[in-house]
Structure formats: structure tokens, C-alpha cells
Design a protein around this ligand. Structure first.
Ligand code: ZN
Length: 266
């Protein structure tokens, strides 16, 4: 255990949108009120290799879907010292539009994906608007092209990408969603992505409304807990509270980037 490398781990906020509590839980919420959503990409920087986790969406897609685009997530990699042209490894938690857009701005990258997610994104269920809504067809086609170019590596279950970087399938929100565990100086930190959108989904066992399989979503909360040394080591995929609980690496990155490898204040 102790010889695992420690990665620096960052969340970069690139977009947001207004929202209501009733929109964020299956079954609604009896105390409705504002509950905005934040959009992130994550970066693990190791002594030898760095990993980008998800690639966000573009300004064009933000306009189409009425999200507030704050910055290009790929350009923003420079804020933590990565040159987008030189990024070699991108872990895609799933292929929803807010996690895989911009993939074409990383020319040297190999994409790490659960095989089930690719099958789902091109398979039988995409004939239903309800399920295709979270995908952008050009992203999906782009990933098919990337596969034909030999740039996608597929996983079928739990995998160790490198010492200190592990992948964990936790389907439910989509059929092939995975979360990522990153070893840091405070131990293993779980980048949950959409296994839990908000802290509250996981804490109250009330899944987010976009669902493929609700039973699997509930089991996903258990998987997050089992993979993390404490609940303070789990980072939800879309909660604005992440920006409050963790510190910016530098004053000029306040409100833009936080360090997840340092303990949160809650
Ligand atoms: Zn998402």
C-alpha cells in the first residue's frame, strides 16, 4: 500500500445551471427550492503520468442545452499545468454529453472506457428519446471513429490503469458508468462522477432523475462507500458544494479549481 504513488487531484468547474431540488431526485422533493448544478472535469497528476477524467461539453452544446458555459474544460487543463496537446490518457466515466464533449481537442489521448458504455450508447435503448437525450450523437460517433483509430481502450469490470489509479463500474445512471479511485497523500479519493450527482443523492439514497436502472444506482452508492476510506473521500459529480468544501490551489484559481487531495472542510 505505502509504495503507491500519490497523485495531485483537481476538480475544474467549467459550467453551471440553475435547478430546483424537485429536479434532482427521483420522486421529487417535498421541500422544493433552488438546487443549482455544477459541471466539472477532474485531473490526477502523478510523478510519472497524468490522467484527465472526463472532458466536459463545448460552448456550442452549452448554448443548445441552455447551460452556463464558464470556460473550455480542455483549455482549463493549462491551469493545473497540463498541455492539452500532450495529454496521453483520458478516463471517460461515461459518454453523456457533459462528460465526453471536447474529446477531439486532445489529439494525443487514448480514451479509457467501460465496454458496456459504448454498447449502450450505440445499442437498442438509444431509439428512446428519454435515454438518448443525455447523449450527443456526434460525440458517440466520434468515439466510434476514435475506436477505429485504435484510440479507445475498453474495460470489462474493475481495472487498475496504473498503481494508484483504478476504475470501477457502477452502472445505473447509464449502463456503463464507471467511477475512478485515485491514490493521494490523504489516501484513496473516489471521483464518483455521476454515480452520485450531489452529496445528497448518496447520503439519502435518492438517485438523480436520469436513470437507466434504479436498483443499480442504489447499489452504486454502496460501491462508492466501499471504495472510499470515509465519506469525506467521495467527490460527487455535479455538486456546487465541492467548490466550498475544498480549497483552491492558488488565490487566482478561486471558484475555478479545487484540490481534492487535501482534506475537505466538511
Ligand atoms: Zn453528468
Amino acid at each position: 500500500m505505502t509504495d503507491l504513488p500519490n497523485y495531485e487531484l483537481y476538480a475544474i468547474k467549467y459550467a453551471s445551471r440553475a435547478g430546483k431540488r424537485s429536479e434532482n431526485f427521483i420522486g421529487g422533493d417535498s421541500h422544493d427550492g433552488p438546487m443549482p448544478m455544477a459541471y466539472y472535469v477532474w485531473v490526477a497528476i502523478g510523478p510519472e503520468r497524468s490522467y484527465v477524467i472526463d472532458t466536459g461539453f463545448t460552448a456550442e452544446i452549452a448554448a443548445k442545452r441552455k447551460r452556463d458555459h464558464l470556460r473550455c474544460p480542455v483549455d482549463s487543463l493549462k491551469l493545473v499545468g497540463l498541455d492539452p496537446a500532450k495529454v496521453t490518457d483520458v478516463i471517460l466515466t461515461h459518454l453523456h454529453y457533459d462528460h465526453v464533449g471536447n474529446f477531439d481537442k486532445l489529439p494525443a489521448a487514448t480514451f479509457h472506457l467501460q465496454e458496456t458504455e459504448m454498447h449502450y450508447a450505440v445499442g437498442r435503448y438509444m431509439r428512446y428519446k428519454k435515454l438518448q437525450h443525455s447523449y450527443e450523437i456526434e460525440d458517440v460517433v466520434g468515439m466510434v471513429r476514435a475506436n477505429y483509430a485504435g484510440r479507445v481502450l475498453f474495460y470489462d469490470g474493475v481495472a487498475e490503469l496504473a498503481p494508484g489509479i483504478t476504475l470501477h463500474p457502477a452502472p445505473g445512471h447509464s449502463a456503463g458508468l464507471q467511477f475512478v479511485r485515485v491514490h493521494t497523500k490523504r489516501g484513496w479519493v473516489v471521483v464518483a462522477s455521476d454515480v452520485t450527482h450531489f452529496y445528497e443523492n448518496m447520503e439519502t439514497y435518492r438517485p438523480y432523475v436520469t436513470a437507466f436502472h434504479i436498483g443499480c444506482m442504489l447499489e452504486g452508492f454502496d460501491k462508492l462507500r466501499a471504495a472510499a476510506p470515509s465519506p469525506q473521500h467521495i467527490v460527487p459529480g455535479h455538486d456546487p458544494l465541492v467548490m466550498e468544501r475544498y480549497k483552491a490551489p492558488r488565490p487566482d484559481l478561486e471558484g475555478i479549481v479545487v484540490r481534492l487531495d487535501e482534506a475537505p472542510n466538511a
